[in-house]
Ligand binder design. Structure first.
Ligand code: TYM
Length: 335
């Protein structure tokens, strides 16, 4: 039986945080054996907002090491850097020419991000079209992401459908979004009404970085915002959003059920014990990843070799797909 094809991506800008891990990467790693996997470091998405070139290069290599340290296995998954595969940029252009502008203006991420920029770049508006191309070049069936990406995957399906209807049915496979059961939306520790996000990494205590030392992780959790009560429970009540977020994080890292999680804190003497318990569970998960990361970073040539291998595998799929796209759109192929 053929395995389902999985594609997902992550930007190399900013710091990789617990939300990225629980919302996306933990899931990528868990299902590697059962799927054909493409995982992409989307550096061309990162430059849709201004980046320092030196930092971007550093962060891109760091992210490759982080993903390998989290357990992405290059023998089971194709891990590559987006800009190494030219078909992504080409596919984006071709899809731009069938995507109505109005669809892009409706994207909530564009609205959020553009409100925070002094000058909004064309690439930021076009971001979801590049993303749609990423996914459909590989005919991905499944896209494991956090909840914030749901709208972009729905748009991908709309773009794919529109292309198929206009040119050739079924040229593109329409992908399904795959959200994790818990951890699809990890909230900021400083303010549990905001999603944990690299955009707020300048606010102390907002996010937990994957590479934070244990004492830093403990400090962040100890300062996490909760409420004035003392009841440890899962709840949709906005008042209890802080406690709910802590419990969700605990369930996601320990893979326990909600009942087991509550039982673990049945004797807690208030939120202080909850915060320390969650911090310790997170530290236990992240410590081996951090250690493996340090080993990988000590051999940059090997990291570069792995990325080159991934790009070669990705090109073998993406290049013929984009050539086929051009052909059916009426472009003359070079002889
Ligand atoms: P990025 O780098 O912003 O996020 C990477 C992944 O992390 C998830 N995520 C979260 N999950 C739970 N809680 C949070 N607080 C949280 N913050 C981030 C995101 O949902 C994402 O899965 N646009 C994509 C990158 C991309 C992509 C693709 C994804 C480009 N091409 C093709 C899938 C398929 C993004 O948000 O990256």
């Amino acid at each position: 039986m053929t395995k389902p094809i999985v594609f997902s991506g992550i930007q190399p800008s900013g710091d990789f945080h617990l939300g990225n891990y629980l919302g996306a990467v933990k899931n990528w790693v868990a299902r590697q054996d059962d799927k054909t996997n493409y995982f992409c470091i989307v550096d061309m998405h990162a430059i849709t907002v201004p980046q320092d070139p030196v930092q971007l290069r550093i962060k891109t290599r760091e992210l490759a090491a982080i993903l390998l340290a989290c357990g992405i296995d290059p023998d089971k998954s194709t891990l590559f850097i987006q800009s190494h595969v030219r078909a992504h940029a080409e596919c984006c252009w071709l899809l731009n020419c069938i995507t109505p502008l109005g669809w892009l203006h409706r994207m909530t991420q564009f609205k959020d991000k553009s409100n925070r920029q002094e000058s909004v770049l064309t690439g930021l508006l076009d971001y979801p079209v590049l993303q749609a191309g990423d996914i459909m070049l590989y005919d991905a069936n499944e896209v494991p992401v956090g909840e914030d990406q749901k709208q972009h995957i729905e748009l991908t399906r709309d773009i794919g459908q529109s292309f198929n209807a206009r040119y050739e049915e079924p040229f593109f496979t329409l992908p399904k979004v795959m959200l994790p059961e818990t951890g699809a939306r990890v909230m900021g520790l400083d303010n549990p009404t905001n999603k944990m996000s690299k955009s707020f990494s300048h606010i102390r205590g907002h996010l937990v970085k994957l590479l934070d030392e244990p004492k830093e992780i403990l400090r962040s959790f100890k300062k996490a915002q909760t409420d004035s009560g003392n009841e440890i429970m899962f709840s949709d009540d906005p008042e209890k959003a802080g406690v709910n977020n802590l419990l969700d994080i605990y369930v996601a890292v320990t893979e326990k059920s909600k009942e087991e999680a509550l039982a673990d804190f049945a004797n807690a003497r208030g939120y202080g014990d909850l915060k320390v318990g969650v911090a310790n569970a997170v530290i236990e998960t992240l410590t081996p990843i951090r250690e493996r990361y340090n080993e990988l970073m000590s051999d940059p040539a090997e990291l570069d070799r792995q990325m080159a291998r991934g790009a070669e595998q990705a090109r073998a799929v993406a290049d013929p797909k984009v050539t086929h796209m051009k052909e059916i759109m009426g472009l003359v192929l070079p002889s």
